[in-house]
Design a protein around this ligand. Structure first.
Ligand code: PMV
Length: 302
């Protein structure tokens, strides 16, 4: 029996633009999903996954593993964890954890790059769209500068990131939002491409600000990123309410995190402002979440 866990993620900057080849910055969060695998009799795989109702990702991971390593036979898979629908990326976490666990079960030596590629293949086979940033966060953990064009993951040596996270209470449909932006780009290619390039530049500056821990500057860059996301039409009134509330309460900057349409917003704030900002988020109808960034990537639990 093998048990492996992988972290969820939060996008700090660069959503949507990363789908069109630009870089993004993603951090792994301390909410994890675990997968236990063992061989079972027969050829059928048995999946017991109360947390991840959508078992297509687990099925896809099993399919990719069998094809890559020429293995067959039944597997019993059980998931445990706390990625409770806040948009922290349960699909990528469960895919990465399953493939890592299966590599252990079949005694295959698989490096991080290969694990990323196999997992990304599995995710794409289910979703059809996606830059792979969430898969990179689950594999490498920490905080990663991920490029949408070459799919490279550069771990960034950052300590703590002073992040406050607010959940809108609305579940976002990432695939639909990505398709929506795609349609907008077809209709207005110049406008949308200009936005994507602008976001890419902000992300590059954001990386420098993050590495030098210049939070005030990073906050400002996040604000600019949010303006572009608003222009793309992926923000909502609820996200805007939480973002404004956080900023009024003294955040250095705030933006939506992920595809938009709901899920979470993030704010950057001095430690003595955190409580006030969390309160402001609650008062604006959001739920302040206690999540820590920069968490460890996929790991073996037993
Ligand atoms: O909704 P999330 O947290 O999975 O983020 C989606 C981010 C996008 O850039 C819109 C899509 C992608 O795969 O990069």
């Amino acid at each position: 029996m093998v048990k492996v866990s992988a972290p969820g993620k939060l996008l700090l900057m660069g959503e949507h633009a990363v789908v069109y080849g630009q870089p993004c910055i993603v951090t792994a969060v301390d909410q994890r999903l675990s997968v236990t695998v063992e061989k079972s009799k027969g050829y059928k795989s048995i999946i017991n996954s109360p947390q991840v109702h959508d078992t297509r990702f687990i099925d896809a991971a099993i399919g990719v593993a069998k094809k890559a390593w020429g293995t067959d036979g039944g597997i019993r898979i059980t998931t445990q964890g706390q990625l409770n629908g806040y948009g922290f990326g349960s699909s990528s976490a469960v895919t990465v954890a399953t493939l890592k666990a299966l590599s252990m079960l079949y005694e295959k030596v698989v490096g991080q790059r290969e694990l990323f590629e196999l997992s990304y293949r599995a995710v794409l086979s289910v979703q059809g769209v996606g830059s792979g940033f969430d898969v990179a966060a689950a594999v490498w953990g920490g905080t990663v500068y991920y490029t949408g064009s070459r799919k490279t993951a550069e771990p960034l040596a950052v300590g703590t990131i002073p992040l406050v996270v607010g959940y809108t209470g609305v579940k976002a449909d990432t695939v639909e939002l990505v398709r929506d932006v795609g349609r907008k780009r077809e209709a207005y290619p110049e406008k949308v491409d200009r936005i994507m390039q602008g976001v890419g530049k902000l992300v590059a500056s954001g990386k420098e600000a993050l590495l030098s821990q210049n939070w005030e500057r990073l906050g400002k860059l996040m604000d600019f990123n949010q303006e572009y996301l608003r222009d793309l039409g992926v923000s909502t009134q609820k996200l805007e309410d939480l973002i404004s509330a956080a900023k009024r309460a003294g955040a250095w900057g705030a933006k939506l995190s992920g595809a938009g349409g709901g899920d979470c917003m993030i704010a950057l704030a001095k430690s003595d402002k955190r409580e006030e900002i969390s309160k402001a988020i609650q008062q604006a109808g959001g739920q302040a979440l206690d999540v820590r960034p920069n968490a460890e990537g996929v790991r073996i639990e037993l």
